[in-house]
Design a binder for this molecule. Structure first.
Ligand code: AP5
Ligand code: MG
Length: 217
């Protein structure tokens, strides 16, 4: 099963993808892939740095090439949770073409709907694990030990694009470039809208229920 998670910056895509990946397949997060490439200084990392740090979108061809290559590996042959890709209609069409070649399709698009004031609150207090990129929040989702990831003990850091200017750009681009995807997936009958403003466990409950309904189990 292929599930794509759609939501604005801070909607909880990473948080919820981590919660359902065992049921579906590997968690493929385009933003995490770009940040890893930037940290390693690879050619792609150097190419995307100015887009990612300013909160702009990386060009469609670059984003699609990276995610579709990752999707072609063995562990994603029968399913994956896609977090942050696609985020334009052109990317969704590229994903459909790739899956169609394999006799597969996007089975579910989960939209985490969260009001803007809550998005801003979440991004202001977010910390991420340097090793596995698991997101935490100072108030709503603190780690058990300050500054350390619960899963692997990795150091926590704050993202360079969690500044007010870059956050504004990311939110504006969500409305202009990504919201049209909701109609794209609604018209193919795979859109499930989730109230993402609830507390984390309640959102996870609704996400798991929606996944079960789509899987028919
Ligand atoms: P990306 O890393 O995907 O960033 P984003 O879309 O801005 O989303 P975030 O990761 O900021 O938020 P999230 O929804 O994952 O929320 P989280 O779970 O962390 O992309 C970064 C950049 O890469 C883009 O700007 C672009 O430049 C580039 N890029 C990536 N993909 C691309 C593509 N396909 N095409 C072109 N460019 C691309 O949660 C946020 C916080 O809230 C955390 O602190 C968390 O603990 C907390 N929280 C989560 N859920 C709840 C809850 N229910 N209640 C309270 N707190 C909560
Ligand atoms: Mg994320």
């Amino acid at each position: 099963m292929y599930t794509v998670i759609i939501g604005a910056a801070g909607a909880g895509k990473g948080t919820q993808a981590a919660a359902v990946q065992k049921k579906i397949g590997p968690h493929l997060a385009s933003g995490d892939m770009f940040r890893e490439a930037m940290a390693q200084g690879t050619p792609i990392g150097l190419e995307v740095r100015r887009f990612v740090n300013s909160g702009s979108l990386v060009p469609d061809v670059v984003a699609a090439a990276m995610v579709l290559e990752r999707l072609s590996r063995d562990d994603a042959r029968n399913g994956a949770v896609l977090d942050g890709f696609p985020r334009t209609v052109a990317q969704a069409e590229a994903l459909d073409r790739e899956l169609e070649k394999r006799g597969q399709k996007v089975d579910q698009a989960l939209y985490l709907n969260v009001p803007e004031d809550e998005l801003l609150r979440r991004l202001a207090g977010r910390w991420l694990c340097r090793v596995c990129q698991m997101p935490y929040h100072e108030v709503s989702n603190p780690p058990k030990v300050a500054g350390k990831c619960d899963k692997d003990g990795g150091d926590l850091f704050q993202r360079r694009d969690d500044t007010s200017d870059a956050i504004r750009t990311r939110l504006d681009l969500f409305f202009t470039e990504t919201v049209p995807l909701l109609d794209y997936y609604r018209s193919s009958g795979v859109l499930d809208e989730i109230d993402g403003a609830q507390e984390i466990e309640k959102v996870s409950h609704d996400v798991v229920a929606a996944v079960r309904r789509r899987k028919g189990v």
